[in-house]
Design a protein around this ligand. Structure first.
Ligand code: NDP
Ligand code: OXD
Length: 321
């Protein structure tokens, strides 16, 4: 019997993430396995055993009666979890070293940008103003990371090595060398009270939606050398209350924000974030993963699964991540 087919359902993304590029990549790594790029009028849905997806339409995956595993081509599965007809088969997400390293680059870049007063220095340069401000040591600043999973834990370790004081918050208890770890609702406030630069790497779930709002920002530390606290969100736009962020930037509750993700993407051209002087904005590309590594990761998981081995990085549907 031939190998069960892999169906590709890919919507959106950059040129590197175009459906055609994914088809070429998967043809290379899935030897002797049919790879179907959907929509394809000639395919037999019953032949599909695996699906590799990025932002499929709700209901699309329910069309495959013999589906065995769904592979999400990214780390966050919030879009998939919103599909009420998602087949009840294992859902695997991406957790690969390339993605982790790129996210850590983004986090370190933005923490350093605020720590080293880059917004102020660039403004001085534009105005040809020679006006240095005093600097402080990394150890005088506490970076608080919400989400100590694959991405948050790596960023925490690298920031600590650079010299920052690092604290972290997760759902369950964690141990990371040199990082003070907090967990659960009850310990959120003590975590926030110490945090000068807040980095959010949480998944979007019903529990975390809109967690980044005024109530939370008001609990951040205001006595560090950087002054008003800074928000860095590279998790998901649904984690943030955008009206609160804008008001908190304007009334000084927040000193600055680096945002990679938004409630609506692409960010509408009339969003005040585009031109806000205290916002450093990127277009959801904090960690634009090497797609070749992802296709190899999926192909290896399928081979291992068919040989009776365990799948890795299966999403816990009850928790939503
Ligand atoms: P993981 O699942 O490995 O980690 C998630 C972390 O969040 C865990 O530490 C988890 O706690 C914690 N968490 C989840 N829910 C809660 C809660 N209710 N209260 C407290 N802590 C909670 O995910 P990753 O690190 O791989 O990725 C995180 C997110 O980053 C993704 O879901 C995605 O949305 C986003 N992302 C964004 C990208 C971008 O380009 N902007 C690229 C890739 C990912 P515990 O450990 O106890 O389970
Ligand atoms: C992801 C992303 O979840 O790129 O992988 O946002």
């Amino acid at each position: 019997m031939g190998k069960g087919a892999l169906a590709l359902l890919v919507h959106g993304g950059t040129e590197n993430w175009s459906p055609r590029r994914w088809k070429t990549r998967f043809d290379e790594v899935c030897r002797n396995r049919p790879v179907l790029l959907l929509p394809d009028a000639s395919f037999d849905p019953a032949a599909v055993h695996y699906a590799a997806v990025w932002k499929p339409q709700p209901g699309e995956l329910a069309a495959f009666p013999h589906l065995r595993v769904i592979f999400n081509l990214g780390a966050g599965v919030d879009a998939l979890m919103a599909d009420k007809s998602l087949p009840d088969v294992p859902l695997v997400r991406v957790a690969v070293s390339d993605l982790t390293a790129r996210m850590t680059e983004y986090v370190v870049l933005h923490v350093l940008m605020h720590h080293r007063q880059e917004l102020y220095l660039r403004e001085s340069q534009r105005e040809k103003r020679w006006a240095p401000k005093s600097q402080w040591a990394a150890g005088a600043v506490t970076v608080g990371i919400m989400g100590l999973g694959t991405l948050g834990a790596d960023a925490a370790e690298v920031l600590r090595r650079i010299g920052f004081r690092v604290v972290g918050w997760s759902r369950s208890p964690k141990r990371i060398d040199g990082v003070e770890c907090f967990h659960g609702e009850a310990l959120l406030e003590p975590f926030l009270r110490q945090t000068d630069i807040l980095v959010c790497l949480l998944p979007l779930t019903p529990e975390t939606r809109h967690v980044l709002g005024r109530n939370l920002f008001a609990k951040l530390n205001r006595t560090s050398p950087i002054g008003a606290p800074v928000l860095i969100n590279a998790g998901r736009g649904g984690l943030q209350n955008e009206a609160d962020i804008l008001q908190c930037l304007d009334d000084g509750t927040l000193g600055a924000a680096s945002l990679d993700v938004y409630a609506t993407e692409p960010l509408p051209t009339d969003s005040p974030f585009w031109s806000h002087p205290k916002v450093v904005l990127t277009p959801h590309n904090a960690a634009d993963t090497d797609a070749d590594e992802i296709s190899k990761y999926v192909a290896q998981q399928i081979e291992r699964f068919e040989a009776g081995g365990a799948l890795e990085n299966i999403v816990d549907r009850g928790r939503g991540y």
